[in-house]
Design a protein around this ligand. Structure first.
Ligand code: OFO
Length: 167
């Protein structure tokens, strides 16, 4: 059985992952409207990944005998200045998610809940990868100034991204 405090915090994280999914879906729409179909695909995959992160928490809360409590999902932004602005937003957003995960690990440690600490290690590792991927893309986009032939090439590369299931 999971403690009340952890149940509450895990439900909050479930909502944060669903918000991430919603935000990336909004970015996928903006990028498609900006004729960047490769980057739109990249964001659609990100949308699916965030849903998978949410589902992993959903299943875990239930498996530990807890209650899932779904909250309202905040309305995401739908306009950005350009592609660099989009990826700067993603980078900032993922750093915020990393601190939420770190806070959750602290709570699980305080609650002496080893199973939750173990589950959260997966998210800790995932955040390292997410931040690194986004930082990498952002650097490349800045190198080409977010336009021209470089952008065309990066967009074509982003089209290759596929979703790999994690649950
Ligand atoms: Fe779920 O990792 Fe991004 O937000």
């Amino acid at each position: 059985m999971i403690s009340n405090i952890l149940e509450k915090e895990l439900n909050k994280q479930l909502n944060a992952e669903l918000y991430s999914a919603y935000l990336y879906l909004s970015m996928a729409a903006y990028l498609a409207q900006s004729n960047l179909n490769g980057f739109s695909n990249w964001m659609s995959i990100q949308f699916q990944e965030e849903q998978a992160h949410a589902m992993k928490l959903f299943k875990y809360i239930l498996a530990r005998g807890g209650k899932v409590s779904l909250e309202k999902i905040e309305k995401p932004k739908h306009e950005w200045k350009d592609i660099i602005d989009v990826f700067e937003h993603v980078h900032k957003h993922e750093r915020g998610i990393t601190s939420l995960i770190n806070g959750l690990v602290d709570t699980a440690i305080n609650e002496k809940d080893h199973a939750t600490v173990t589950l959260l290690q997966w998210y800790v590792t995932e955040q390292v990868e997410e931040e690194a991927n986004v930082a990498d893309l952002l650097t490349q986009l800045k190198l080409i100034d977010g336009k021209g032939a470089g952008l065309f090439m990066l967009d074509r590369e982003a089209k290759q991204r596929v979703f790999t299931s994690i649950v």
